[in-house]
Design a protein around this ligand. Structure first.
Ligand code: FES
Length: 313
């Protein structure tokens, strides 16, 4: 280290001052702003859901955002930041003087940049917008505040169970070892929450959760017919042909073979369904007809939320 005429240590530059390149800096800032605009466009396309080519547009906007960032970083490295190569053996012990020099190199490397605040601002904007774009798809996990539509179905306490021709089901007609499809009286069959499967099992074999103790009069149970995996209709019923050795009765979805145990409140026995089949409480009225005791135990439908539960008007 050299000293000044008055004896003070004199600081000398390590990184040679490079040529200033304000035009490149402005270009880098513009590219970063382009990245931010593209990321915000991605969020807009994701949210609006009005484009027939929504997926393509989402891919394009996100790709454009990353392309802008890549171009900005290349330009920053090539034209704005000075490049300094130093090759030396790695010291065995810490050398405070060398460490100071390295810190100085870092500091001086940015000395030639004339629009630091512009670049830092543009970089922060691009980083923030891309971060938001990365978080946006989490909205598809489901509504956070307005969840009531997920639970809205045509089933109410007292509503009669009818077949596809509108004829009410009587409890005495429901036999074991088969299953029936039922709908709420007076409701559109096309409503996703309308169709249910009805089965009768041996009441002694019921193992329902305690809070559903009264939901299966005479061993008759009802479940949503819509598979909670990917919304196929649960349309198969497995009945044991030789009880002592075979597994018990089960409702089966034919699409990917999710298998549900009616006696345990629709618990998943096998397959990709991630949650039980929602159960509908039942009652039998004085005339022996089947009626709903209320709404389902859980939201019906596939577990990717956001689908329309109601018929479009
Ligand atoms: S939709 Fe039912 S198992 Fe996949």
């Amino acid at each position: 280290m050299t000293t000044s005429p008055d004896g003070e240590p004199e600081s000398r530059d390590i990184v040679a001052a490079g040529p200033e390149s304000p035009r490149s800096e402005v270009t880098v800032a513009a590219l970063l702003v382009g990245a931010a605009v593209s990321a915000i466009a991605f969020i807009g396309v994701y949210s609006v859901e009005k484009f027939s080519t929504q997926h393509e547009l989402m891919g394009l906007t996100l790709a454009a955002s990353f392309a802008f960032v890549a171009a900005a970083l290349i330009l920053l490295g090539e034209r704005v930041l000075p490049s300094e190569e130093v090759a030396e053996d790695y010291p065995e012990v810490a050398a405070p003087q060398e460490e100071e020099e390295v810190a100085k190199v870092m500091e001086e490397s940015a000395a030639g940049i004339t629009r630091k605040r512009l670049l830092v601002g543009a970089g922060g904007t691009a980083g923030g917008a891309i971060g938001l774009a990365a978080l946006t798809p989490a909205l598809s996990l489901g509504p956070w505040f307005e969840v009531a539509p997920l639970y809205r179905t045509p089933w109410r306490a007292g509503r009669r169970l009818v077949d596809d021709e509108g004829k009410p089901y009587k409890a005495e007609e429901i036999e074991q070892e088969t299953f029936y499809t039922a709908f709420p009286e007076g409701s559109s069959h096309r409503n996703l929450g309308a169709s249910i499967v009805v089965v009768r099992v041996d009441p002694a074999a019921l193992m329902l959760p305690p809070e559903r103790a009264g939901w299966a009069p005479e061993g008759i149970l009802a479940f949503s017919k819509i598979c909670p995996h990917a919304a196929c209709a649960v349309a198969l019923y497995r009945k044991p042909t030789y009880g002592p050795t075979q597994p018990g009765p089960a409702l089966v979805c034919p699409c990917h073979y999710s298998t549900f145990d009616p006696g345990k409140g629709g618990e998943v026995l096998f397959g990709p369904a991630g949650r039980p089949l929602p159960q509908l409480p039942l009652t039998v009225d004085a005339a022996g007809e089947m009626r709903a005791g209320g709404n389902f135990s859980d939201a019906i439908g596939p577990s990717w939320w956001g689908i329309d539960m109601e018929q479009p008007h």
